[in-house]
Ligand binder design. Structure first.
Ligand code: BDP
Length: 332
């Protein structure tokens, strides 16, 4: 409650400072200052790539467009950040695609469990026609957003505080934190567990207090968030790849000339390779640190048993989502 009040005040004060388009009210004429919200700490590969994105933008604009990166959720949790993007209090956010899918439902297709053959397949989708169409759907009239680019987020797996999850029925009866927005609740329920949607920043305490038994996330975030300290059984179910997305505020962007909007969007796409390589490095380091911390990391003995639950989730999607899934699957 108290935290929310502080956040609301913070949002308000930022709003009053930034009600005018960020650049236009800068004291130095011609300088455009933009704020980017990031949930992760500064050494997380995704946050590092935010800085790289800001560097590229600054370099290409010869110092004219300056993006300040705010890490560690200081500007709010993801859904709060998206609300602030709508009225231009925040100009850019790096968030999980699941959060944005609340506003751009076509993104549901990218959250289907066991969708891709592998990481390269996902990147073929994101960097190709489908990725372009989906970024456009994020920027459709009325959403309040502009879709700028994608980042890697590995694959997500389940972890819990009770026991290794050796087979799907080990999840039965557990309470699992899921992202707010997105379709992961359907999968968790299919495995017989209860899905508790919750802001990411609240999940560590919720596991610690025993309000939930576990959660699901990628290796890097499981490590960087310290969740491994309170839920030490990590089972590599690798049930979904949910990429990160970089979104702009349609309001802030409407104040920029088209050339600047293009420069920023191109720079977001051009920071992907840096981010993917930072991601790989960090994942390797996280794996070593997790093992050293005594975390139990197991591959399921029978991966097919986990996959056997997902068909009804695909079948429950609307026709446009199912059509997109078919195109994704057909992409070689
Ligand atoms: C992490 C994403 C972050 C999400 C978080 C979550 O990087 O954007 O908010 O998962 O589970 O992997 O909410």
């Amino acid at each position: 409650m108290r935290r929310r009040t502080i956040l609301a005040l913070l949002a308000f004060s930022i709003f009053t400072l930034a009600a005018a388009p960020s650049g236009a009210q800068d004291s130095k004429p011609g300088i455009v200052r933009l704020r980017l919200a990031e949930l992760h700490p500064a050494d997380h590969p995704t946050a590092k790539a935010d800085y790289e994105f800001a560097r590229i933008v600054r370099e290409r604009s010869q110092g004219r467009i300056q993006i300040s990166v705010y890490t560690d959720s200081v500007l709010g949790q993801e859904l709060e950040v998206l609300e602030q993007l709508k009225f231009g209090a925040i100009d850019i956010a790096r968030v999980s695609l699941a959060a944005v899918s609340t506003y751009a439902p076509r993104l549901d297709a990218l959250q289907m469990p066991y969708l891709y053959r592998d990481e390269d397949h996902m990147w073929k989708v994101l960097k190709g026609e489908i990725g372009k169409e989906l970024l456009a759907s994020v920027g459709a009239k009325g959403t309040g957003f502009v879709g700028l680019g994608w980042f890697e987020a590995g694959s997500r797996s389940f972890y819990d505080s009770r026991r290794p999850l050796r087979k799907p029925s080990d999840l039965a009866g557990l309470r699992i934190r899921v992202q707010e927005g997105g379709v992961m609740d359907e999968l968790v329920q299919a495995y017989g567990a209860s899905a508790l949607p919750m802001a990411f920043g609240e999940s560590y305490a919720a596991i610690l207090r025993g309000e939930v038994d576990g959660a699901e996330n990628n290796y890097s975030t499981y490590y960087s968030s310290g969740h491994y300290q309170v839920a030490k059984y990590y089972t590599l179910t690798e049930h979904v790849r949910i990429p990160e997305i970089i979104v702009g505020s349609a309001l802030s962007f409407s104040e920029l000339p088209a050339a600047d909007r293009e420069l920023i969007a191109r720079s977001a796409m051009d920071s992907i390779d840096y981010q993917r390589s930072a991601w790989r490095d960090y994942e390797e380091k996280a794996a070593v640190k997790l093992r050293a911390a005594g975390v139990s990391i197991e591959y399921p003995a029978d991966p097919a048993a986990w996959r056997a639950f997902v068909a009804p989730i695909y079948a429950a999607q609307d026709a446009p989502t199912r059509a997109l899934v078919a195109r994704i699957r057909a992409l070689k």
